[in-house]
Design a protein around this ligand. Structure first.
Ligand SMILES: NC(=O)c1ccc[n+]([C@@H]2O[C@H](COP(=O)([O-])OP(=O)(O)OC[C@H]3O[C@@H](n4cnc5c(N)ncnc54)[C@H](OP(=O)(O)O)[C@@H]3O)[C@@H](O)[C@H]2O)c1
Length: 268
């Protein structure tokens, strides 16, 4: 899948694995230079070296825990000090917590909101004004099908992704005349380390795709001017059904389909 002619760098958060790593591959293939961000330094360095060698692009690994105070400011300072112009931002780093709310570690939920929501807003604040000033740019915010309805046993995760959907659509509308595109990419289940971090595959409900298929659908959607992409036709139907049914009904269906009422969530 090729992208429009590359100019500035693409910055991808969560580029060390899964969907972020697949974005790095697709954008490098289209000739984009990359800034790759995640915590795992070694994985980032290997990925950057691999993509530079394969596609002849400049790929810069930047190991950073985005939940740490001041992390986005540190990243923005590095970008400006080193003269990187970012005109393609992929806000992808994220994780989920699962189980009954009263049994989830509060600090994990706190970090989840920091990474899935606060970091996305902070990075958009850091990079979108420059894109608007230059009259071009692309922002891909990775949401989830889980953002289309309340998600029992994934209550905070689903809410973070509902935020991504709402925020991205509003931002896309606000800046539609500036040359900057904003896409909410909302995948269903993708077998990445996401489910290792989550702790089980109970929540892998829906049509499973690969990270590469999800990224290809996102890049196709951008070319077609879409603001929301749900990869996979079965997932599209489910996401649309979630908009039509009463919320209470959707909660009951989602609760049953996740199947956690027969699963004993870990006690802390
Ligand atoms: N897999 C799915 O079924 C699915 C479905 C819908 C949406 N999504 C969304 O897709 C996005 C990517 O997930 P994935 O499936 O590709 O899972 P993944 O393979 O676990 O990737 C998560 C990425 O986020 C990075 N990350 C985690 N915590 C971080 C932190 N504190 N600071 C910086 N980077 C951090 C991880 O790298 P390090 O560990 O090296 O930091 C990793 O690169 C997430 O936003 C997820 O919510 C996934």
């Amino acid at each position: 899948m090729t992208e429009s002619p590359a100019t500035g760098y693409a910055l991808i958060t969560g580029a060390s694995s899964g969907i972020g790593s697949a974005f790095a591959e697709a954008l490098a293939e289209s000739g984009r230079d990359l800034v790759l961000v995640a915590r795992s330094k070694q994985a980032l360095v290997s990925r950057a070296t691999e993509l530079s060698t394969r596609y002849g692009v400049h790929a810069v690994p930047y190991a950073l825990d985005l939940t740490q105070p001041g992390a986005v400011r540190e990243l923005a300072t590095m970008l400006s000090d080193d003269g990187f112009t970012i005109d393609f931002l992929v806000n992808n780093a994220g994780f989920g917590t699962q189980g009954r709310f009263d049994r989830i570690d509060p600090e994990r939920d706190h970090d989840q909101v920091l990474l899935n929501v606060v970091t996305v807003v902070d990075l958009c604040h850091a990079l979108v004004p420059g894109m608007v000033a230059r009259g071009q740019g692309t922002v891909v915010n990775v949401g989830s099908m889980g953002g289309f309805q309340p998600a029992p046993y994934l209550a905070v995760y689903g809410a973070t992704k509902a935020f991504i959907l709402s925020f991205s659509q509003a931002l896309a509308g606000e800046i539609e005349d500036t040359g900057v595109r904003v896409l909410a990419l909302c995948p269903g289940p993708v077998m990445t380390s996401f489910f290792d971090v989550l702790g089980s595959t109970h929540a892998a409900v829906g049509q499973q795709l690969t990270a590469e298929q999800v990224v290809a659908a996102g890049l196709r959607g951008l070319k077609r001017g879409r603001r929301v992409v749900v990869p996979g036709w079965q997932n599209k139907i489910t996401a649309n059904a979630a908009r039509l049914l009463p919320r209470r009904t959707m909660v009951a269906i989602a609760k049953r389909s996740v199947g956690l009422d027969i699963w004993v969530p870990p006690a802390n």
